[in-house]
Write a protein that binds this ligand. Structure first.
Ligand SMILES: NC(=O)c1ccc[n+]([C@@H]2O[C@H](COP(=O)([O-])OP(=O)(O)OC[C@H]3O[C@@H](n4cnc5c(N)ncnc54)[C@H](O)[C@@H]3O)[C@@H](O)[C@H]2O)c1
Ligand SMILES: O=C(O)C(=O)C[C@@H](O)[C@H](O)[C@H](O)COP(=O)(O)O
Ligand SMILES: [Zn+2]
Length: 348
């Protein structure tokens, strides 16, 4: 269940009173510790004891070493099966905290309080938890629903612009795969800022939630939420491997451009639609220089995509603006052409 908190955290406090938790563990990173934790603690009313668990910020922390440290701390602090983990942060915190909670003592309860646009509209919803393995994205994880999701949009006021723009990519994705009018409304936005994106958060969340309700374990329609992620995750992983990480939404924006062109090459959308999609994404996202990335390095990563079956790459591709298919296998020639198309975009 998702609850939007306005100025008052009473629904969170009611939740904490109604359930008989033994103790609370609040997971933060250094930034959400500074910018979001004071608001949470100032509004949280509970007799339960709590501990703060802090990790460094960034995707590089979403790994087994951090998970191990958190499992050890929970053990040292004698967290029992009635303990509650509160994930206060962006997608790194909700993915990592959800993974740690859903595996510790075979699973303790957790709630998500997302603090980035990306985690409000996407990562905190749907119960995909996980960590990266080597540089491969989200390779180890669980499907585990948070008990509750509490959204406090005012947290966005301290979010850096690049992070806001990163989250906006997933909102555009939601419009493109499922809701033409959401896409049309989003592309009306001239200047990305908290005031212009906040009115669209609820619609974007609803799109994600509706898809997840139909297919929690990603057997079918949930794969559409991975549009832009097949190529996007490969590029994100390569950047991570090179010690030069990019933001998830930046990778998704790049991936959506490349995969929109791929959908055109595969005859799924018209050239006009693919151009319209690409031009609009380019309005918000600067060109990502992948000219040094070798085709074979990108395609090697594609071969490990989680959607693959029988050594075949299964793409989730648009069939129009507002509709998406999945398990679509493309010719190798078109895959390479879609990657080259992106590489050459800067020359046009
Ligand atoms: N599970 C899912 O369904 C799902 C969906 C989309 C993305 N993801 C994952 O989410 C991650 C990306 O999430 P993200 O973009 O939120 O990144 P993030 O968690 O790294 O947060 C981005 C940055 O903003 C800072 N920050 C967070 N809230 C802030 C605030 N209110 N004010 C100031 N600074 C703040 C963080 O400390 C961090 O530096 C990726 O690992 C991605 O794979 C998961
Ligand atoms: O919730 C989903 O399903 C998604 O695909 C949402 C994506 O935005 C998100 O990045 C997700 O983590 C990608 O899934 P993965 O299974 O490829 O890691
Ligand atoms: Zn994503």
């Amino acid at each position: 269940m998702i609850t939007i908190l306005n100025d008052d955290f009473s629904q969170l406090n009611d939740f904490l009173h109604e359930k008989s938790f033994s103790k609370i563990f609040i997971l933060v990173d250094e930034n959400t510790h500074e910018y979001c934790l004071p608001t949470l603690l100032g509004n949280m009313e509970t007799d339960l004891g709590f501990e703060i668990l802090e990790i460094e910020a960034g995707e590089e922390m979403k790994n087994i070493q951090t998970a191990n440290q958190l499992w050890e701390i929970l053990t040292e602090m004698q967290a029992d099966r009635k303990a509650l983990v509160i994930n206060l942060g962006g997608g790194v915190i909700t993915d990592m905290g959800g993974f740690v909670a859903s595996t510790y003592k075979r699973g303790i309860q957790f709630i998500n309080i997302p603090t980035t646009l990306l985690s409000m509209c996407d990562a905190s919803i749907g119960g995909k938890t996980g960590i990266d393995l080597m540089h491969y994205k989200n390779m180890v994880g669980t499907f585990a629903f948070p008990e509750q999701i509490f959204i406090f949009p005012k947290f966005l006021e301290t979010l850096p612009f690049k992070e806001l723009r990163s989250g906006f990519a997933e909102m555009l994705k939601h419009g493109l795969i499922a809701d033409t009018s959401h896409w049309n409304q989003l592309i009306q936005i001239q200047k990305l800022e908290v005031g212009t994106v906040t009115p669209h958060i609820q619609t974007s969340m609803n799109i994600k939630q509706e898809v997840v309700e139909k297919d929690f374990h990603e057997s079918n329609i949930r794969k559409t939420l991975n549009f832009g992620h097949t190529i996007g995750h490969s590029v994100e992983s390569l950047c991570l491997q090179q010690g030069n990480p990019i933001l998830h939404g930046e990778a998704v924006a790049m991936g959506m451009i490349s995969e929109a062109h791929l959908a055109y090459l595969e005859g799924l959308i018209s050239e006009d639609d693919s151009k319209l999609i690409i031009e609009n994404i380019q309005r918000y996202y600067p060109y990502l220089d992948i000219s040094d990335f070798k085709d074979e390095d990108i395609t090697a990563l594609l071969m490990n995509d989680k959607k693959n079956t029988d050594s075949k790459i299964n793409f989730s591709l648009l069939t129009g603006i507002g509709s998406c298919t999945y398990d679509h296998q493309c010719s190798q020639k078109n895959i390479l052409e879609a990657i080259h198309f992106y590489k050459k975009l800067n020359d046009l």
